[in-house]
Unconditional design. Structure first.
Length: 329
């Protein structure tokens, strides 16, 4: 069967230390692109395709926005979000649906409870049920449905790879990454996800996050609007205490995690990294990406140290901190 890169093609990216003892090691692959788009550093296999999972959302959002849907600010951020389901997140999702009088039942993502602990506890106390609008990908789905409404495409079947919306997304992905996907499968939310290399993923994300608002091409003007919306509304792309929100707010990067250990991140100067932790764990992916950008001279090392405590990297021994998850790149 086809699949991602092998263990022998991966390198150590992070370790878990407990009282000075290396308890676990996270292996994977990563690529760093210079602000000019040149390969600056590679670790492991960066050519074999991986599923970007939610790190593909910026491509999906740009495809929606360049298909006649005006999304700016927090609306753009929620369209590319893996949100925590707070009341503010849900209000944004419902606001998108309301633009075209689209019922929540049209959402193709599965029903879920909020990821945010406070929101989840409130739902439980109120006797509420799991709903599609709480699902972490509901903002993306609402934006997709808006694109269908704006273009006269059927709402039904909008997650089918043969649907005009999904064909549009695939076209945008191929244009920005310069690659044809090696495989396609349903993501956890039901939308198609396409396998591309880490190098292609980094190149595509860099084009989105460094696009000029004054570009003569609508695709790049919308990409610039998306990037601005995310950086100015970091809360919307994830939520309180979530790694993407923390990294964006504290360090000024563009960050988007993907399930199964994927992360893409762009520094303010355009340096971009894409990585995958091979065992699928995401607990170290943010700090790995930040350290890669710091080692490239794109962000200040001290700024990472200041936010590390917010990334939940501590290893506990009872109620004491006895170690940490540490990037080794």
């Amino acid at each position: 069967m086809t699949g991602t890169f092998s263990i022998s093609d991966a390198v150590q990216l992070a370790v878990v230390e407990r009282s000075g003892f290396t308890e676990s090691r996270h292996a994977g692959s990563a690529v760093v692109l210079s602000p000019e788009g040149e390969l600056q550093r590679t670790l492991g296999d960066v050519a074999t395709p991986v599923f970007p999972r939610s790190a593909m959302k910026p491509f999906q959002a740009v495809a929606v926005m360049s298909s006649g849907v005006n999304l700016r600010g927090e609306d753009a951020a929620i369209a590319t979000a893996s949100h925590a389901g707070t009341a503010a997140h849900v209000a944004l999702v419902r606001g998108l649906l309301a633009r075209a009088s689209i019922p929540e039942s049209a959402l193709g993502c599965p029903p879920a409870a909020p990821l945010d602990q406070t929101a989840r506890e409130e739902l439980t106390r109120s006797g509420g049920a799991r709903e599609r609008v709480y699902m972490t990908c509901s903002g993306k789905h609402a934006a997709m449905l808006l694109a269908c409404a704006a273009n006269g495409w059927p709402l039904e079947g909008y997650l089918d790879p043969a649907h005009p919306l999904q064909k549009r997304i695939l076209d945008v992905l191929e244009r920005l990454t310069g690659e044809r996907p090696a495989a396609t499968a349903p993501d956890g939310c039901g939308a198609p996800v396409h396998a591309i290399s880490l190098t292609g993923l980094a190149r595509g994300i860099q084009k989105i996050t460094t696009a000029a608002p004054s570009s003569p091409f609508a695709l790049f003007r919308e990409a610039a609007a998306l990037t601005e919306g995310v950086r100015e509304n970091a809360w919307a792309i994830a939520g309180p205490g979530q790694p993407d929100t923390v990294a964006i707010e504290r360090v000024g990067v563009f960050a988007k995690f993907g399930a199964e250990g994927v992360m893409v991140m762009t520094a303010p100067n355009g340096t971009t990294t894409a990585l995958k932790v091979l065992d699928g764990s995401s607990r170290a992916s943010t700090i790995i990406a930040l350290r890669l950008l710091a080692s490239a001279g794109a962000i200040d090392e001290g700024s990472i140290d200041r936010v590390a405590t917010e990334l939940d990297l501590w290893i506990m021994g009872g109620e004491r901190r006895v170690g940490e998850i540490r990037a080794t790149v």
